[in-house]
Design a protein around this ligand. Structure first.
Ligand code: DC
Length: 225
C-alpha cells in the first residue's frame, strides 16, 4: 500500500493540502485530528473533567469511534452518530489537544489509523503520523508556517463555517495547542528524521499542493489507475 504521512502544527494547511492531494492521486484521506476531536467531544458531552486522567480513561471504554467515507469524504461517527459537523469549534480543538496527551487515548486510536493504512492507499495527516503511526510511510512531509499566518487561516476557516470568532482568541488557542502538542510526553508533534519540510507561509494552496505533489512523485508514488 502507498502511505503518505503529513504532519505539522494547527493551521499549517495540512487538511486542505492532504484533501487535494488525495483527490489528485485518487487515494483516500484520513484526517486523524478528527479522531482526537471525536474523543474530546465525547468527554465534553459526558461532562468529564479532562484534567482527571483516570476519569477520561474510564469514559473511553464507552466511546465508540468509527470512520466512514461518504462520496469520498470522511465522516466521523461517535457512538453511531455522525458528528463530523460538530468538532471544529475552539472548545473541541482544545479538548482534542488535552485528550491527545493521554497515552491510553493514543493507543485506542492507533489501531484504527493503522488498519486504514494497511488496507488502503492513504494520505494521512496529524502530529505523529511519520514518527509513530506510519514510521514506514513511503513519503513523509512536515508542513509548517508562521504563527500569524496559521492563526489567520484558522480564523478564516471558522468564519467560513459561520462561527463567531475573534482573531486574538484564535491566536491564543493556537499558541496553547502548539505548546501542549509539542511538549506532551507521548508521541509529541515532531518532524520525523526522514521527513521533508515544507513552509507554506508564503504559498497559496495551489502552490503548496504542487510542492507536496512534486515531493510525493519524486518518492515514487503515482496517481492510482
Ligand atoms: O489536526 P487537528 O487540529 O484537527 O488536531 C486536533 C488535536 O488533536 C491537536 O491539537 C492534537 C491532536 N492530534 C494528535 O495528537 N495527533 C494526531 N495525529 C492528530 C491530532
Amino acid at each position: 500500500m502507498n502511505n503518505i504521512a503529513i504532519d505539522g502544527p494547527a493551521g499549517a494547511g495540512k487538511s486542505s493540502i492532504a484533501r487535494e492531494i488525495s483527490r489528485r492521486l485518487g487515494i483516500i484521506y484520513l484526517d486523524t485530528g478528527a479522531l482526537y476531536r471525536a474523543v474530546g467531544l465525547y468527554m465534553i458531552k459526558n461532562d468529564i473533567d479532562l484534567k482527571k486522567i483516570d476519569r477520561v480513561v474510564l469514559a473511553l471504554k464507552n466511546c465508540e469511534i468509527s470512520i466512514r467515507y461518504v462520496e469520498k469524504s470522511q465522516k466521523v461517527f461517535l457512538c453511531g452518530e455522525d458528528i463530523s459537523d460538530f468538532i471544529r469549534s475552539d472548545q473541541v480543538s482544545m479538548a482534542a489537544s488535552d485528550v491527545s496527551a493521554i497515552c491510553q487515548v493514543r493507543e485506542y486510536l492507533l489501531d484504527l489509523q493503522r488498519d486504514i493504512a494497511r488496507n488502503h492507499d492513504v494520505v494521512m495527516d496529524g502530529r505523529d503520523i511519520g514518527t509513530v503511526v506510519l514510521p514506514d510511510a513511503n513519503v513523509k512531509i512536515f508542513l509548517t508556517a508562521s504563527i500569524n499566518s496559521r492563526a489567520k487561516r484558522r480564523f478564516n476557516e471558522l468564519l467560513e463555517m459561520g462561527q463567531d470568532a475573534k482573531f486574538e482568541d484564535v491566536l491564543k488557542y493556537i499558541k496553547q495547542r502548539d505548546l501542549q502538542d509539542t511538549n506532551r510526553k507521548f508521541a509529541p508533534l515532531k518532524m520525523a528524521d526522514d521527513a521533508i519540510l515544507v513552509d507554506t507561509t508564503n504559498l497559496s494552496l495551489e502552490e503548496s499542493v504542487e510542492n507536496v505533489l512534486k515531493i510525493i512523485k519524486k518518492n515514487g508514488v503515482e496517481k492510482n489507475k
